[in-house]
Structures are given as C-alpha cells and as structure tokens.
Ligand binder design. Structure first.
Ligand code: CP
Length: 333
C-alpha cells in the first residue's frame, strides 16, 4: 500500500471524525491525516481481497447490518459502488426509491430517516441537493445510525475525495509537494472541495483553474493557488483532475459559449505536454466527452485513471461503511 506522507500539513488537523464520538462521514474538512490513512489502509486491504477472490467477493464482517441508499439526486458510480460495497461486506442493502416514496408527498428527510430507523436500519448513504443537510441531521440521529454523505449540493463528496486520493497515491506513493490541478466548474463542485481538504492535509500543491465566473478568487482562502490561464496551471502538473461542465451553466450565463470553454479550458493531449511527462488525468464522472476532456485522452490508458477511480471507489466505500459501522457498534456498547 502506498504510504501517506505528512511532512507538510497546511491545515490544522485537530478535529478527527473517527476519533470524535460519532459514526458519520459528513465531509473531509473534519478528517485528520490519521483518519485518511486509516481509510486508505483498509481500502487497500479490501482492494487486494477483491482482486484475489474474483469469484467469491463476499466477506461476512457486516452480516446482519442494514445499509440504506437514499439518493435524492441521480447517480451511477456512487450509488452502485456503495451498494456493492455493502453487499461485499455481507450487509443487507435497501435502495430507497425516492420517486415512489412518501418523500414525494412532502415527508421530511428526518421523518423518513426516523421511520427507516424504526425498521432497524444501521446506516444511511445520502445524496441530496441541499448543501450541508447532513450536518443538520446529525444532532437528531446521534449514533442511532451512521450518516454517510454521498454528495450534498455544492458542499462535499467525501468518499469521492478519498477514492481520488487512493488513486493518486497508487501512482506516486506520496502526495507531498505533488502539483494537482483541478480544472473546471470549481464553484459548484463538491468533488473539488472534498479533494482540496484532503490534498492540503497531505501536503500536495493544489492549483484551481477555470473561468472567473466558475472560480471566485476567494477560493485562495482555502490555501490553494487560483489560476485562470490553463497554460500556467498545467505547467509541471503531476495530476490533472477535470470536472464535469454542467451544461446548464451556459443557459445561466456563467459561460459565454461551449466552444469558448473548450478552447480555454478543455484538456487534450497537446495541452498535456506542459505537464510532467508522467502526468495522470482524473475525472469523477459523468464525463462530457469532447467538452472538458477529449474523448481520445479520456480513453488513453497512458494518462487516464478514470476507470481506476471507479475501481477504487468500491474498495474505499467498503472501508468507509465498515469503519463507521464498527465505530457505531463500539459507541453503542
Ligand atoms: N462521481 C460521482 O459522484 O458520480 P455519480 O454522480 O455517478 O455518482
């Protein structure tokens, strides 16, 4: 397993999700380096297990536990991999169908969770359009069930940040002083925020790049470089993380035209020549092929880690579910 170095820690790591007396993963901002290392270590163990046991992937560590997937927004990768992760660990999974539930009649999220907890649910994986909604639930839920943030508005997507970190560490062993460039719609990106917090803690040099309308200069307060010129941003990059351009941004006037966006911020083979020869590309998905990244580059395995991110997503989500459910069990006894 790639070991995480912590020579240079830009932010204070006094808070610790796993050392604190709760069993939730709400963000990466509150994780300590030790928390991140623990998730990475367990995820690597699970990845090896899945690799070594392709025909018998199931472990029984969470037999008898119930995990609910409650997605108020669409998802392919996060929802499927949390479901598979829980099943590989031996847990039961309920995919709560928001569209056919009383949630559609106006029942609150908290009432929905309380009703499901009355049915002996142990963990909720929640995606919701409202930023910070899980933090608001924490005091009511306490440790009766684990809350796992699968993406809340533009706030955070912690499991994505952790799986991205795992993927980068597999390439280079440590992130200290590595230049990671995140390109695109930073303003609306929960993926960017979760990555920024982890990368800062692990000593990476983070550069954000995008049009000013999608990248307010105030992001520099997070301890990262803000660059509007892609040529400058890509120079010397070790990793380039492209973000999905939400096409409705054009309608809202935040970008003037798609072609102009592609011209200034689209990633392609030619532009990648400015980066380190060993540069790798990440994308959290879903991709707009030939918008934020050329199709040829996305599929070029010399550079692209995109499907490896998805592969690591299962192992990382196994680590998250197992860690939190074991923590809850310890807190309840
Ligand atoms: N990366 C990500 O969150 O993808 P999904 O929306 O498909 O879950």
């Amino acid at each position: 397993m790639a070991m995480v170095q912590q020579k240079k820690t830009k932010q204070a790591n006094s808070s610790s999700n796993l050392l604190n007396p709760h069993c939730h993963l709400l963000d990466t901002k509150g994780l300590s380096v030790e928390d991140i290392q623990a998730f990475l270590k367990l995820a690597n163990t699970h990845k090896q297990f899945l690799k070594n046991n392709p025909c018998n992937k199931k472990q029984g560590v969470l037999t008898g536990q119930v995990v609910v997937n409650l997605f108020v927004e669409n998802s392919t990768r996060t929802r499927s991999s949390f479901e598979l992760a829980a099943k590989y660990l031996g847990a039961e999974v309920l995919n709560f169908d928001v569209t056919t539930s009383a949630f559609k009649k106006g029942e609150t999220l908290l009432d929905t969770l309380n009703n499901l907890m009355a049915m002996h649910v142990d963990a909720f994986v929640i995606r919701h359009p409202e930023s910070g909604i899980l933090h608001g639930l924490q005091s009511s839920i306490q440790n009766k069930a684990c809350l796992i943030n699968a993406g809340d508005g533009r706030h955070e997507h912690p499991s994505q940040g952790l799986l991205d970190t795992m993927t980068m560490l597999e390439v280079c062993g440590e992130l200290n002083n590595k230049k990671v460039v995140i390109v695109g719609d930073i303003l609306h990106s929960r993926v960017a925020r979760s990555n920024i917090h982890i990368l800062n803690k692990l000593g990476a040099k983070v550069t954000l790049c995008g049009p000013p309308s999608l990248l307010p200069s105030a992001f520099s307060e997070l301890g990262v470089a803000v660059e509007y010129d892609l040529t400058q941003a890509l120079t010397g990059a070790d990793f380039v993380m492209t973000l999905r351009l939400q096409l409705e941004r054009q309608e809202s006037g935040l970008i003037s035209s798609l072609n102009e966006y592609i011209e200034h911020y689209g990633i392609n083979h030619e532009r990648l020549k400015l980066a380190q020869p060993s540069v790798k590309i990440l994308h959290p998905g879903p991709m707009n092929r030939d918008v934020e990244i050329t199709s040829a580059l996305a599929d070029d395995l010399k550079y692209s880690l995109i499907l490896e991110q998805v592969n690591n997503g299962v192992a990382m989500r196994m680590a998250i579910i197992e860690t939190l459910l074991k923590k809850r069990e310890a807190l309840l006894h």
